[in-house]
Design a protein around this ligand. Structure first.
Ligand code: ATP
Length: 509
């Protein structure tokens, strides 16, 4: 038996020696080809015997200009669903709303996941120097390294499950998690190196619709409109309309137009883009800015009437140098209906995003224009169908006043309410003025605190708070009555109900 085995090895050895001899006598080009065939056969043979397959998800796309969103999706998904199984994690503090540390997998950590009974293994590979493909000459620093990547390993028989169900489910979960942890942002445009771009800050406006003092019916109408818009994806695609909506908020200063935008952003959980048109050079830049906005956002152009005048003033010298006649403010306005005007922002350029050709780019967007002078706007901007909703923000009447006292003073009734209701009907006072009067000037009440000395702390605090609030309310409302009476004496303006809304005039500074 042992003899037979020795003979076998001797036979194998001499066969190999024969192959070696043959190999050494072969010409060099045959060597080359043989090496090529062997190197392509090895992975095939290996993969035949290897039961697993793998998918690599690199941090950057092929072009390297853009981050690969799938990498973010996997990172977020694994942090939420599989981090429990990892022993090495990383913590970052990002801009998220709750100041909660963001936990992610550390490099080279492997975690397992199960999907519909199939087992998957994920591993995060760090950035690594490129080993293949020779020397890379590139101005792009990242090109010299392989970017970090996730590698997913799974059994061959789960290939279809992974491609058709598992990876899409990772993306869906990522979207859900991002929506939940998202920090809302306020964007504003600026010019850097001659180019317009957006910069942003975290945005958590304090106002909700509950706090917004206005006619309750009008408020519910707006809330219903926003809800219908947000849920209107199918409707918009069914009727072939771009999923966007335009609001024109108009009314005197201090009636809550900006406050309404904050309430809308809170209600819809959208980002806000505050577009400053005066720093946009021309339609091409405007187009770039619009295209850089994200879905689920509110694009705001405040005081659109004032912007027209400001643009005019800025460009007055240029116009005069061109020898054009300048008659008055209206003529100076450079918003024009000509599409071929490449040197400036034109009204048609702006409108092409609101309801023209470009409005179909992006979805779930709300445009809000605000103005104190609705009568000064170009009719093209406010013609029916262009801005879907025209919302008048008006002076403070009794219903709105009651909302303010509830919010500011926590009271719903008071003996002075009757007098205040009458005065509010006779004067044009803005919610901003009323709110200003309702901020307690709170002086500490020494008499009450002396009375309460010795009482248990929680009882004392409670009573103190109630007495203080009552006292603040009395003082605030008395002060408000005084202000309203003064306003009534000085006001030459008739109450809003009898006033022509189109004649609002902004007080000159
Ligand atoms: N309708 C309102 N409900 C609650 N608070 C209001 C309302 N209107 C105004 N305020 C208060 O007055 C302040 C100023 O209001 P806001 O800036 O929203 O007015 P505006 O109409 O946008 O004024 P402007 O036209 O000058 O920009 C707000 O911070 C808010 O405290």
């Amino acid at each position: 038996m042992a003899m037979a085995s020795v003979e076998k090895w001797v036979g194998f050895g001499s066969a190999m020696a024969g192959v070696g001899l043959l190999w050494s006598r072969m010409p060099e080009h045959v060597h080359e080809e043989a090496r090529y065939i062997i190197s392509s056969l090895v992975p095939m043979v290996m993969s035949y015997f290897n039961p697993n397959e793998q998918i690599t998800i690199s941090k950057y796309g092929e072009e390297r200009f853009q981050q690969n969103k799938m990498f973010d999706a996997v990172s977020t998904y694994l942090s939420s669903e599989c981090a429990g199984g990892a022993s090495k994690l990383k913590a970052n503090l990002s801009n998220n709303r709750k100041d909660k540390p963001l936990i992610t997998l550390d490099e080279n950590q492997e975690v397992a996941d199960t999907f519909e009974g199939a087992r998957m293994w994920w591993r995060l590979y760090p950035k690594a120097p490129r080993t293949r493909g020779g020397v890379i000459v590139s101005l792009h620093p990242r090109d010299t390294d392989e970017p970090p990547c996730f590698r997913l390993v799974f059994h061959k028989r789960h290939r279809q499950l992974v491609l058709n169900s598992y990876l899409p489910s990772v993306v869906t979960r990522w979207r859900e998690l991002s929506a939940k942890n998202r920090q809302r942002l306020l964007f504003t445009n600026h010019t850097k190196d001659g180019k317009s771009d957006w910069s942003n800050v975290p945005y958590n406006p304090p106002t909700t619709f509950d706090m917004l003092a206005m006619d309750p019916e009008k408020k519910y109408e707006i809330i219903n409109d926003l809800t219908a818009f947000q849920e209107g994806k199918e409707y918009h695609s069914k009727v072939g309309k771009a999923w966007k909506r335009g609001y024109l908020l108009y009314g005197p200063p201090g009636t809550g137009k900006s406050t309404m935008i904050g309430a809308m952003a809170n209600f819809l959980d959208y980002d806000v883009y505050d577009l400053d048109l005066t720093s946009v050079k021309n339609n091409a830049e405007l187009r770039k800015l619009f295209l850089d906005t994200k879905d689920k956002s509110i694009i705001v152009i405040e005081d659109i009437d004032a912007i027209e005048v400001e643009l005019t003033t800025k460009r007055r010298g240029k116009k005069a140098a061109n020898g054009n006649e300048i008659d008055d403010n209206r003529v100076l306005i450079e918003f024009s209906d000509k599409n071929d005007d490449k040197g400036k922002v034109t009204l048609s350029g702006l409108l092409s995003f609101v309801d023209g050709l470009w409005s179909a780019c992006g979805s779930e967007r709300i445009f809000v224009f605000t103005t104190n002078h609705v009568d000064r706007l170009d009719p093209a901007l406010i013609r029916p169908g262009r801005m879907d909703k025209h919302i008048e923000m008006s002076y403070c009447r009794f219903e709105a006043f009651k909302m303010l006292t509830k919010n500011y003073l926590d009271i719903t009734e008071h003996p002075l309410f009757c007098e205040i209701e009458q005065l509010l009907n006779e004067t044009n006072t803005t919610p901003a003025d009323v709110a200003d009067n309702l901020i307690p000037r709170g002086k500490r009440n020494n008499e009450i605190s002396q009375l309460l000395d010795g009482a248990p702390a929680d009882v004392a605090n409670n009573l103190m708070l109630r007495c203080k609030r009552k006292r603040d309310a009395d003082e605030c409302l008395k002060g408000l009555v005084e202000t309203l009476k003064k306003g009534k004496m000085h006001s030459a303006t008739p109450p809003i109900d009898t006033m022509d809304q189109a004649k609002y005039k902004k007080p000159k500074n």
